[in-house]
Design a protein around this ligand. Structure first.
Ligand code: G4P
Length: 201
Protein backbone atom coordinates (compact mmCIF):
# COMPACT_ATOMS: atom_id res chain seq x y z
CA UNK A 1 0.00 0.00 0.00
CA UNK A 2 1.84 3.06 -1.34
CA UNK A 3 0.28 5.61 1.03
CA UNK A 4 1.41 3.59 4.05
CA UNK A 5 4.90 3.02 2.66
CA UNK A 6 5.24 6.75 2.07
CA UNK A 7 4.17 7.43 5.69
CA UNK A 8 6.75 4.93 6.94
CA UNK A 9 9.49 6.47 4.79
CA UNK A 10 8.72 10.09 5.62
CA UNK A 11 7.27 9.96 9.12
CA UNK A 12 8.77 6.82 10.64
CA UNK A 13 12.22 6.41 12.14
CA UNK A 14 14.49 3.44 12.59
CA UNK A 15 15.39 2.94 16.25
CA UNK A 16 17.65 -0.06 15.70
CA UNK A 17 18.10 -2.81 13.14
CA UNK A 18 15.05 -4.50 14.68
CA UNK A 19 12.67 -1.70 15.63
CA UNK A 20 10.76 0.86 13.60
CA UNK A 21 9.15 3.83 15.36
CA UNK A 22 5.85 4.97 13.89
CA UNK A 23 4.44 6.92 16.85
CA UNK A 24 3.66 9.83 14.52
CA UNK A 25 0.78 8.04 12.80
CA UNK A 26 0.11 4.60 14.33
CA UNK A 27 1.45 3.81 17.81
CA UNK A 28 0.80 7.04 19.71
CA UNK A 29 -0.60 9.85 17.60
CA UNK A 30 -3.01 8.33 15.05
CA UNK A 31 -3.47 9.63 11.51
CA UNK A 32 -7.19 9.04 11.09
CA UNK A 33 -7.21 9.55 7.31
CA UNK A 34 -4.44 7.01 6.91
CA UNK A 35 -6.27 4.59 9.27
CA UNK A 36 -9.40 5.01 7.19
CA UNK A 37 -7.48 4.12 4.00
CA UNK A 38 -5.90 1.14 5.79
CA UNK A 39 -9.31 -0.07 6.96
CA UNK A 40 -10.70 0.16 3.44
CA UNK A 41 -7.74 -1.73 2.02
CA UNK A 42 -8.16 -4.58 4.51
CA UNK A 43 -11.89 -4.65 3.76
CA UNK A 44 -11.13 -4.87 0.03
CA UNK A 45 -8.55 -7.65 0.48
CA UNK A 46 -10.83 -9.78 2.66
CA UNK A 47 -14.11 -8.93 0.90
CA UNK A 48 -14.69 -12.55 -0.18
CA UNK A 49 -14.02 -14.13 3.21
CA UNK A 50 -17.52 -13.67 4.72
CA UNK A 51 -16.03 -12.01 7.78
CA UNK A 52 -18.49 -11.71 10.68
CA UNK A 53 -16.15 -10.15 13.27
CA UNK A 54 -12.80 -8.42 13.47
CA UNK A 55 -10.52 -9.24 16.41
CA UNK A 56 -7.43 -7.33 17.49
CA UNK A 57 -5.32 -6.88 20.61
CA UNK A 58 -5.10 -3.70 22.62
CA UNK A 59 -3.81 -1.06 22.25
CA UNK A 60 -2.21 -0.19 18.92
CA UNK A 61 -4.24 -2.73 16.96
CA UNK A 62 -7.45 -0.90 17.78
CA UNK A 63 -7.18 2.07 15.39
CA UNK A 64 -6.62 0.17 12.12
CA UNK A 65 -8.96 -2.68 13.09
CA UNK A 66 -11.73 -0.27 14.01
CA UNK A 67 -11.61 1.28 10.54
CA UNK A 68 -11.53 -2.17 8.93
CA UNK A 69 -14.50 -3.42 10.95
CA UNK A 70 -16.38 -0.24 10.11
CA UNK A 71 -15.67 -0.74 6.39
CA UNK A 72 -16.85 -4.36 6.59
CA UNK A 73 -19.82 -3.33 8.76
CA UNK A 74 -19.07 -5.96 11.40
CA UNK A 75 -18.27 -5.64 15.13
CA UNK A 76 -14.74 -5.19 16.43
CA UNK A 77 -13.57 -7.09 19.50
CA UNK A 78 -10.28 -6.15 21.11
CA UNK A 79 -8.56 -8.73 23.26
CA UNK A 80 -7.48 -7.33 26.60
CA UNK A 81 -4.03 -7.62 28.13
CA UNK A 82 -5.21 -6.48 31.55
CA UNK A 83 -8.20 -7.80 33.43
CA UNK A 84 -11.21 -5.52 33.36
CA UNK A 85 -13.41 -5.19 36.45
CA UNK A 86 -16.47 -5.64 34.25
CA UNK A 87 -15.27 -8.96 32.84
CA UNK A 88 -16.29 -12.23 34.51
CA UNK A 89 -12.99 -14.12 34.63
CA UNK A 90 -14.78 -17.48 34.49
CA UNK A 91 -16.36 -16.45 31.19
CA UNK A 92 -13.32 -15.74 29.04
CA UNK A 93 -11.21 -17.33 26.35
CA UNK A 94 -7.57 -16.72 27.13
CA UNK A 95 -4.15 -17.29 25.73
CA UNK A 96 -0.66 -16.73 27.10
CA UNK A 97 1.40 -14.62 24.70
CA UNK A 98 5.17 -14.21 24.88
CA UNK A 99 6.69 -11.01 23.54
CA UNK A 100 10.25 -11.45 22.28
CA UNK A 101 10.47 -7.66 22.00
CA UNK A 102 9.44 -7.06 25.62
CA UNK A 103 10.73 -10.38 26.99
CA UNK A 104 7.55 -10.98 28.98
CA UNK A 105 4.36 -13.03 28.95
CA UNK A 106 0.91 -11.52 29.00
CA UNK A 107 -2.45 -13.19 29.44
CA UNK A 108 -4.72 -12.12 26.59
CA UNK A 109 -8.46 -12.49 27.13
CA UNK A 110 -11.74 -12.15 25.24
CA UNK A 111 -15.15 -12.56 26.84
CA UNK A 112 -17.10 -15.65 25.71
CA UNK A 113 -20.05 -13.30 25.14
CA UNK A 114 -18.59 -11.84 21.93
CA UNK A 115 -17.19 -14.78 19.99
CA UNK A 116 -19.38 -17.66 18.85
CA UNK A 117 -19.03 -20.92 16.97
CA UNK A 118 -19.82 -20.10 13.36
CA UNK A 119 -18.11 -16.70 13.42
CA UNK A 120 -15.60 -16.02 10.66
CA UNK A 121 -12.98 -13.83 12.25
CA UNK A 122 -10.52 -11.48 10.64
CA UNK A 123 -7.53 -10.85 12.92
CA UNK A 124 -5.88 -7.44 12.52
CA UNK A 125 -2.73 -6.13 14.20
CA UNK A 126 -0.41 -3.18 13.78
CA UNK A 127 2.91 -5.09 13.69
CA UNK A 128 3.90 -8.63 12.83
CA UNK A 129 7.26 -9.55 14.33
CA UNK A 130 7.49 -13.10 15.65
CA UNK A 131 3.80 -13.80 15.32
CA UNK A 132 3.15 -14.52 18.98
CA UNK A 133 0.28 -12.06 19.42
CA UNK A 134 -1.44 -13.23 16.23
CA UNK A 135 -0.96 -16.88 17.25
CA UNK A 136 -2.55 -16.14 20.63
CA UNK A 137 -5.54 -14.60 18.89
CA UNK A 138 -5.93 -17.57 16.53
CA UNK A 139 -5.99 -19.86 19.58
CA UNK A 140 -8.74 -17.78 21.17
CA UNK A 141 -10.80 -17.76 17.95
CA UNK A 142 -10.46 -21.52 17.56
CA UNK A 143 -11.22 -22.20 21.22
CA UNK A 144 -14.50 -20.39 20.60
CA UNK A 145 -15.27 -22.80 17.74
CA UNK A 146 -15.02 -19.91 15.28
CA UNK A 147 -12.89 -19.87 12.12
CA UNK A 148 -9.96 -17.62 11.27
CA UNK A 149 -10.92 -15.95 7.98
CA UNK A 150 -7.50 -14.34 7.66
CA UNK A 151 -4.86 -12.19 9.30
CA UNK A 152 -4.33 -8.56 8.27
CA UNK A 153 -1.15 -6.78 9.34
CA UNK A 154 -0.36 -3.11 8.92
CA UNK A 155 3.46 -3.43 9.09
CA UNK A 156 5.22 -6.75 8.72
CA UNK A 157 8.87 -7.12 9.63
CA UNK A 158 9.59 -9.81 7.09
CA UNK A 159 13.06 -10.43 8.49
CA UNK A 160 11.45 -11.94 11.60
CA UNK A 161 9.66 -15.27 11.85
CA UNK A 162 5.99 -14.30 12.20
CA UNK A 163 4.84 -14.82 8.62
CA UNK A 164 6.52 -18.24 8.33
CA UNK A 165 4.96 -19.35 11.62
CA UNK A 166 1.43 -18.31 10.64
CA UNK A 167 1.63 -19.47 7.02
CA UNK A 168 2.90 -22.80 8.32
CA UNK A 169 -0.39 -23.13 10.17
CA UNK A 170 -2.30 -22.46 6.95
CA UNK A 171 -3.58 -18.94 7.62
CA UNK A 172 -3.99 -16.34 4.89
CA UNK A 173 -1.90 -13.27 5.75
CA UNK A 174 -2.14 -9.89 4.07
CA UNK A 175 0.39 -7.25 5.14
CA UNK A 176 0.02 -3.71 3.83
CA UNK A 177 3.73 -2.94 4.16
CA UNK A 178 6.44 -5.59 4.27
CA UNK A 179 9.85 -4.53 5.55
CA UNK A 180 12.77 -6.69 4.56
CA UNK A 181 15.43 -4.78 6.48
CA UNK A 182 16.03 -1.90 8.88
CA UNK A 183 19.82 -2.18 8.64
CA UNK A 184 21.90 0.98 8.36
CA UNK A 185 19.06 3.15 9.66
CA UNK A 186 17.20 2.59 6.40
CA UNK A 187 13.79 1.08 5.77
CA UNK A 188 13.89 -1.41 2.92
CA UNK A 189 10.64 -2.89 1.65
CA UNK A 190 10.37 -6.45 0.35
CA UNK A 191 9.55 -5.34 -3.22
CA UNK A 192 12.63 -3.06 -3.28
CA UNK A 193 14.94 -5.89 -2.17
CA UNK A 194 13.46 -8.11 -4.87
CA UNK A 195 14.01 -5.35 -7.46
CA UNK A 196 17.58 -4.85 -6.25
CA UNK A 197 18.32 -8.58 -6.55
CA UNK A 198 16.76 -8.62 -10.04
CA UNK A 199 18.84 -5.61 -11.19
CA UNK A 200 22.01 -7.24 -9.90
CA UNK A 201 21.42 -10.51 -11.74
P1 G4P B 1 4.81 -10.63 17.87
O1 G4P B 1 3.50 -10.58 18.55
O2 G4P B 1 4.69 -10.54 16.36
O3 G4P B 1 5.64 -11.82 18.29
O4 G4P B 1 5.60 -9.33 18.27
P2 G4P B 1 6.32 -8.93 19.64
O5 G4P B 1 5.78 -9.76 20.75
O6 G4P B 1 7.77 -8.92 19.40
O7 G4P B 1 5.77 -7.45 19.82
C1 G4P B 1 5.52 -6.92 21.07
C2 G4P B 1 5.03 -5.53 20.96
O8 G4P B 1 5.97 -4.73 20.25
C3 G4P B 1 3.72 -5.36 20.22
O9 G4P B 1 3.09 -4.21 20.69
C4 G4P B 1 4.19 -5.09 18.79
O10 G4P B 1 3.21 -4.42 18.02
C5 G4P B 1 5.37 -4.20 19.07
N1 G4P B 1 6.41 -4.20 18.06
C6 G4P B 1 7.15 -5.23 17.61
N2 G4P B 1 8.07 -4.78 16.74
C7 G4P B 1 7.89 -3.46 16.61
C8 G4P B 1 8.52 -2.42 15.85
O11 G4P B 1 9.46 -2.62 15.08
N3 G4P B 1 8.03 -1.16 16.00
C9 G4P B 1 7.00 -0.87 16.84
N4 G4P B 1 6.59 0.40 16.87
N5 G4P B 1 6.38 -1.80 17.58
C10 G4P B 1 6.82 -3.07 17.45
P3 G4P B 1 2.37 -4.13 22.09
O12 G4P B 1 3.28 -4.46 23.22
O13 G4P B 1 1.16 -4.99 22.01
O14 G4P B 1 2.05 -2.60 22.19
P4 G4P B 1 0.71 -1.81 22.03
O15 G4P B 1 -0.12 -2.52 21.00
O16 G4P B 1 0.07 -1.84 23.37
O17 G4P B 1 1.14 -0.47 21.55
Amino acid sequence: MELLKEAIRKRGSVLSSGVLKVDQFLNHQVDTNLMSAIGEEFARLFADEQVTKVVTIESSGIAPSFMCAHSLQVPLIFARKKKSVTMDKENVYSSRVYSFTKKEYSEVTVSKDWLCAGDRVLIIDDFLANGQAATGLTQIVEEAGAAVAGIGIVIEKSFQDGRALLEGKGYRIESLARISSLEGNKVQFVEESAQFAYNKS
